[in-house]
Ligand binder design. Structure first.
Ligand SMILES: [Zn+2]
Ligand SMILES: [Zn+2]
Length: 233
């Protein structure tokens, strides 16, 4: 029996456990990846000091893991009721094109909603907690207001509902998002110099947003910030 056929047989309890364990694994993978790159990367630190890890950030990051589990269960529910369908016959080439498509669409949506999250009405309600990290650490990616986590998850599910992507493309995007988020919050530039010229959203690009909140609202790319003149190197 293949994995998808096996998953179709899952009970609600099995789905809850599967989603929770998957999200705990992704959380630990992100922290591990962060520490390994930080310890092995020879490049200079971007900021002198990493933001200290506090108990309240640990609790909030664990809440983010629980909410990501809820998002995954909502996606499963949408799949069960037929709203979210996936393409079973996509070739690898089609999946690669789909991954690029998802990244670009999500990049634009994240730019728009991130920009809005910085409006005076929403910022103190939604986004200030992430920006308490004036410099970053291995938990910064997960230090988010619960509405931010749910908002991102629902936005992603909406994109998946709008088009029947392959399971490969969906899984790859979720993984790329985690790795990019981890890299984006490092305190050392992960990307080579030329990445900036290709409009990649580098580590320094997002770190600059933590230093100066009026710039760099994009995430995977700097395209939208360059276009709307909010880009800062
Ligand atoms: Zn950040
Ligand atoms: Zn922000």
């Amino acid at each position: 029996m293949n994995l998808i056929a096996h998953l179709e047989e899952f009970t609600l309890l099995e789905w809850i456990l599967f989603s929770l364990l998957s999200n705990i694994a992704l959380y630990l993978f992100s922290i591990g990846l962060y520490i390994v790159i930080d310890q092995t990367c020879a490049k200079q630190k971007i900021q002198d000091e990493a933001f200290p890890v506090t108990p309240s950030d640990v609790y909030l990051s664990l809440l983010t893991v629980v909410l990501n589990t809820v998002v995954m269960l909502i996606a499963v529910y949408c799949w069960k009721i037929g709203w979210l369908e996936y393409n079973e016959s996509a070739t690898l080439a089609v999946s690669i094109v789909e991954i690029i498509g998802i990244v670009l669409v999500m990049d634009f949506l994240m730019f728009v909603f991130h920009y809005l999250a910085h409006s005076p009405g929403l910022y103190p309600l939604l986004h200030y907690r992430h920006h308490e990290h004036s410099s970053t650490n291995y938990l910064s990616l997960f230090v988010l207001h619960p509405f931010e986590t749910l908002g991102f998850g629902l936005m992603m599910i909406t994109v998946f509902i709008c088009y029947d992507f392959s399971i490969t493309a969906i899984a790859a995007y979720v993984f790329i998002n985690l790795v990019w988020g981890t890299i984006g919050h490092l305190n050392r530039e992960f990307f080579p110099k030329w990445a900036d010229r290709l409009y990649v959203g580098t580590t320094r690009f997002h770190n600059q947003h933590h230093i100066d909140e009026r710039h760099n609202f994009g995430f995977y790319t700097s395209i939208w910030d360059r276009l709307f003149r909010t880009f800062k190197r």
